[in-house]
Design a protein around this ligand. Structure first.
Ligand code: UDP
Length: 245
């Protein structure tokens, strides 16, 4: 029988593929209650391992999907389960297709000024009939946060994509989830930059070789500090898994 969840360093990851996640998203929209979806990579799991606040936010999320080769490897080593990656950018594509069919509205929040607007323009061109009901950049003053929540509430989207990078976007969604009242709130990291044509996703063969982290590091060396979490994560998982082998 398929194990519905795995626990990696104490963090729950849901064992669902893209289709199953989309089915859950449809149920969230029908329920009209707010839900947070987190796509968890190794950096975020490691953060939760040593930050109780991050652990709480992840534990309270409606869905936590495996985003990244490190999480897939850890699930195999610690629980003998093969997870399928479900990334923010892949989910965004699935959501856009469903949004056209189902008449859902999207709100895009995050990125430098202009990025969310450009992403909206390109998405509406790629998915004819798609309705983006609002955009906002991700460099607001803290005092402007409340105004943005009111703006999003008024626009009343079914799906809110938040691209502030992890874990900032997870904390932001968790803080405002109930006030926002948006059925599906999904953290998408740097995906808005990719959708706006300002950044490129790693080519397919690099993704399949589980080297997306290296590609991103080489293109953006400033990621080195945060990616130092990766060897620490690998060591913890290896150590925790030594009893299995
Ligand atoms: N960002 C933002 N506000 C901030 C910090 C970051 O909108 O205060 C945006 C940034 O412009 C970029 C994204 O968040 O579009 C972070 O991308 P990154 O690739 O670092 O995120 P990851 O996918 O690794 O979580």
């Amino acid at each position: 029988m398929c194990q519905p969840q795995v626990h990696l360093l104490g963090v729950r990851i849901d064992n669902l593929d893209r289709q199953q996640v989309l089915a859950a998203i449809k149920e969230f929209v029908v329920s009209n209650r707010p839900h947070q979806i987190i796509t968890a990579n190794a950096e975020l799991v490691y953060r939760a391992w040593h930050d109780p606040e991050a652990a709480r936010v992840i534990a309270e999320a409606a869905l936590v999907t495996p985003d990244g080769a490190g999480v897939v490897w850890a699930a195999r080593r610690l629980e003998g389960v093969t997870l399928q990656r479900v990334t923010g950018i892949d989910l965004t594509a699935d959501i856009c297709e469903a949004a056209v069919r189902e008449g859902w509205r999207l709100f895009l929040f995050g990125g430098r000024p202009g990025v969310a607007e450009e992403a909206a323009t390109r998405l509406e061109a790629r998915y004819p009939g798609l309705a983006v009901c609002g955009t906002a950049h991700g460099y607001l003053e803290p005092a402007e946060g409340k105004k943005l929540v009111t703006r999003i509430r008024t626009a009343s989207p079914q799906v809110l994509l938040v691209g502030l990078g992890a874990p900032k976007q997870e904390f932001w969604v968790s803080q405002y989830l109930e006030e926002l009242g948006v059925p599906v709130c999904l953290g998408v990291g740097g995906s808005l930059d990719v959708l706006a044509g300002r950044a490129q996703r790693a080519p397919g063969w690099i993704q399949r070789a589980n080297l997306e982290w290296l590609y991103r590091l080489l293109r953006q060396p400033s990621r080195l500090r945060r990616q130092m979490a990766l060897p620490a994560f690998a060591w913890r998982v290896w150590w925790a898994g030594r009893r299995r082998v």
